[in-house]
Design a protein around this ligand. Structure first.
Ligand code: ATP
Ligand code: MG
Length: 393
């Protein structure tokens, strides 16, 4: 199922030059107080791939109160003190420092019942999900890689740390995370890990929909999404109700666009269930409604659609149709297509004798329509004159 890449990719360990000053100082500070400290997880993976890490995670042998003592002169936040995480706020960024820990039993397949601090870096790395995420780095010591993460990174492979069945049964979110990394990094999933994913799919029912949707979002925005949905469509369908494993890579890299594509039916219900924000839900649902209709052809039809659905929705729609330029031309043509840009407003109408109430809105839409159809100029005098001719005020 998973053929390894033939050519190993370069893994320049440019950490000394790339690691921000403040992160290095944090490691030094912990070391000076007698504790071990390493950059860990996604930051090491990104460093090895020559990418700029999105965040910097530090792990340490110091316990939370000891971490806080080391940074008594800095602002710290107890963001996950029970799990051993303290955030240190430096001028450059916020760095999360987590005590080495071993996860306790997972009785609900969702999160460990407890975590136990440990003094062993290897134990901390062993609790992590995939080998490429289970490496640590220290500028003085270099790479700590007990599970072969660097080799998997070179061959482009996602593989569980330890026994895949055990790891997915502990935390089924890892199935989604594995698929997400496969899509974002363009890595194959090792045969053993992929087979175990299929065996534990039903356990994802217990995972919160928010956590699923975070991973799903990253997955469908990943550059290799079409391979992942083609290979693992059945798993994704089993995890996410309403999901259709259709190719989306050719669509614009916008979350609502891609969600609309993979949830073509009952879009709103499916996305609400996944707890997406109401903005994303309505954008995706509107997009599918528009796609189901007849695409506008003439500038007048395009302007009418803009007036009805708003610029944001129409611009998403036109990006899917690949007609962005055409839309831009209409938007920039200077012909008005929205009430706020109409040369008269409700007050003007009332000043001209239209009684306050529903009639005002009705007449404004009528005027806008005539302007959109280029039957009237968007000029205050022209519009008022038309109004006076139209009605017996
Ligand atoms: P990203 O670049 O998206 O932030 P990441 O690998 O840093 O990816 P995070 O969710 O930030 O992912 O987690 C940081 C690290 O914590 C991971 O690299 C991994 O080592 C560990 N981790 C996160 N979630 C899990 C999990 N569910 N099970 C085991 N280890 C996990
Ligand atoms: Mg991260």
């Amino acid at each position: 199922m998973t053929e390894k890449r033939k050519v190993p990719v370069e893994t320049p360990l440019g950490a000394e030059t790339v690691m921000p000053d403040c992160v290095e100082k944090i490691l030094q500070r912990l070391n000076q107080h007698g504790f071990e400290a390493y950059v860990v997880g996604g930051s090491v993976r990104d460093l090895l791939m020559g990418k700029k890490p999105s965040d910097w995670d530090v792990c340490t042998s110091a316990e939370p109160d000891e971490i806080k003592r080391c940074f008594a002169d800095c602002r710290t936040l107890d963001i996950g003190i029970k799990h051993g995480t303290v955030a240190v706020l430096t001028e450059e960024m916020t760095v999360e420092i987590t005590t080495y820990r071993v996860d306790g039993l997972y009785t609900d397949g969702r999160r460990p019942d407890s975590v136990t601090f440990t003094k062993s870096l290897t134990e901390d790395l062993a609790r992590r999900d995939f080998t490429v995420n289970a490496m640590a780095f220290h500028p003085g010591e270099g790479l700590i890689d007990p599970f072969g993460g660097r080799a998997d990174l070179q061959y482009g492979q996602i593989r569980c740390v330890g026994e895949p069945d055990k790891r997915f049964s502990e935390d089924a979110l890892r199935i989604m995370r594995g698929l997400r990394f496969s899509s974002v990094l363009g890595f194959e999933i090792s045969a053993g890990t992929a087979a175990a994913m299929g065996r534990w799919v039903s356990l994802t029912e217990k995972v919160s929909r928010e956590r699923i949707s975070v991973e799903l979002s990253k997955l469908i925005l990943g550059f290799d999404v079409d391979r992942v949905t083609a290979e693992y469509g059945d798993i994704l369908k089993a995890i996410v109700r309403g999901f259709r494993p259709v190719p989306v890579a050719a669509f614009p890299n916008r979350l609502s666009v891609r969600l609309a594509a993979v949830f073509p039916e009952n879009t709103e219900t499916c996305l609400r269930e996944l707890k997406f924000s109401s903005r994303i839900v309505s954008e995706a649902a509107c997009l599918n409604r528009l796609i189901a209709g007849t695409p506008p052809q003439t500038p007048v039809e395009i302007r009418k659609l803009l007036a009805k659905e708003g610029e944001e929705a129409v611009s998403l729609y036109f990006s899917v149709l690949g007609r962005e330029r055409e839309l831009r031309e209409v938007q920039e043509s200077g012909v008005c297509f929205s009430l706020p840009r109409l040369a008269v407003n409700g007050k003007d109408l009332m000043d001209a004798g239209v009684p306050r109430g529903k009639e005002v809105g009705k007449i404004l839409s009528e005027l806008l329509n005539l302007v959109i159809e280029e039957k009237l100029d968007n000029d205050r005098d022209v519009l008022i004159k038309y109004l006076q001719g139209r009605t017996e005020l």
